[in-house]
Design a protein around this ligand. Structure first.
Ligand SMILES: *Cc1c(COP(=O)(O)O)cnc(C)c1O
Length: 352
């Protein structure tokens, strides 16, 4: 069996979730008649402390709908340069919102209120008006690290002081909440819009919920419809998300323990350097040490041959834990990496 640490998107629906999906009460979602979708929206809006929400098939569509609702053509959006909305959404911000990006070079995916004030512009004949600030919680490309309450309040205060709207990409917001013990609603307080993904560590096959005020969600529906994201019997999708919300949130703490364990084991392997001394949520990044020049594709191939799949992000490697990954899998994964590294060293010694 392959130990698949490529991403928490590889999580598979559990038996309980499959049953919940099969039994789902359904109706016409776009007419507001799907009771499973309605229940999911109510629960998520409550958990996030927002007035209401909308159900969408994916997180990417949440970001696209939110951006298109918040800003218009030629307006500028502030986001950290490594954010998912910047790197991995095929330029959706420009395509759908017609907005341009004002990237901020942050530290570990986070920036400061001072940086917001420096980047934001009221606009002029010559300069674009900044209208939206995006924050990612937790920070995917920065090792799943979490914005603290102080950091969040700092950027929200700054954004509000210059009239920006605020959006939180909360793909892994529940990981951040479980990791810090701070309720999700507090972590996204002050944000005009926020969404959570059900297809990452929460283990559902599809679905994300975007939340905000009644007024925001009403305007967002136009974009949901334009994207073809207005659905019919979407309760089959929502049922998996409801199941995840009820049964698979608290257990995220296990994924975090497993990621921390993996980080410790990897850091002890010759030739491997972990990016973060400790792991806050479920994402581990590591690199080859400078004195261990190696071919990354060769390393990944050798790991795969031994039953371990890892992700490659930029120049480094990523390993993500989730509900199908056990402690034994993590220990085995570390053994495989150690074996591959040792084989390589021996191999090159022989070659030399
Ligand atoms: C996965 C992810 C998304 C996109 O969500 P999908 O459901 O895969 O479309 C957006 N932002 C972050 C931070 C993510 O990790």
């Amino acid at each position: 069996m392959m130990i698949n640490l490529y991403s928490d998107t590889q999580s598979l629906p559990t038996e309980g979730m499959r049953e919940a999906i099969a039994r789902a009460e359904v109706g016409d979602e776009q007419k507001g008649q799907d009771r499973s979708v309605t229940r999911l929206i109510e629960k998520v809006a409550h958990a996030l402390g927002k007035q209401t929400g909308m159900f969408l098939p994916s997180g990417t569509m949440c970001n696209a709908v939110a951006a298109a609702t918040h800003c218009g053509r030629g307006e500028a959006v502030i986001a950290e340069s490594g954010a998912h909305i910047v790197r991995y959404e095929s330029g959706g911000l420009a395509t759908f919102a017609g907005a341009m990006l004002e990237p901020i070079a942050g530290t570990d995916g986070k920036f400061t209120g001072a940086q917001v004030l420096e980047a934001a512009s009221p606009g002029s004949r010559y300069t674009p008006r900044t209208t939206l600030m995006c924050v990612e919680q937790s920070c995917n490309l920065a090792g799943g690290t979490v914005w603290s309450m102080d950091q969040l309040e700092d950027v929200v205060d700054a954004a509000q002081s210059v009239g920006l709207r605020t959006h939180m990409d909360g793909a892994r917001l529940f990981n951040a909440a479980v990791s810090t013990g701070i309720p999700a609603s507090a972590l996204c307080a002050g944000f005009d819009s926020v969404w959570v993904d059900f297809t990452k560590g929460l283990g559902a096959p599809f679905g994300a919920v975007l939340c905000g005020t009644e007024e925001f969600i009403e305007r967002a529906w136009v974009w949901k419809h334009r994207f073809g994201g207005a659905m019919r019997q979407a309760g089959f999708m929502a049922a998996g998300c409801l199941y995840a919300l009820e049964h698979q949130v608290d257990r995220l703490v296990q994924d975090h323990r497993h990621a921390q364990l993996l980080n410790e084991k990897l850091s002890a392997i010759d030739g491997i350097v972990v990016r973060y001394a400790s792991v806050q949520t479920n994402i581990v990044y590591f690199d080859f040490s400078a004195e261990m020049p190696r071919s990354a594709p060769d390393f990944l191939k050798r790991c795969e041959e031994r039953g371990l799949r890892l992700g490659r992000v930029g120049q480094g490697f990523r390993a993500v834990t989730y509900l199908d990954i056990s402690k034994a899998d993590v220990l085995r994964a570390a053994d495989i990496v150690a074996d591959v590294m040792a084989t390589c060293v021996r191999g090159s010694a022989v070659a030399a």
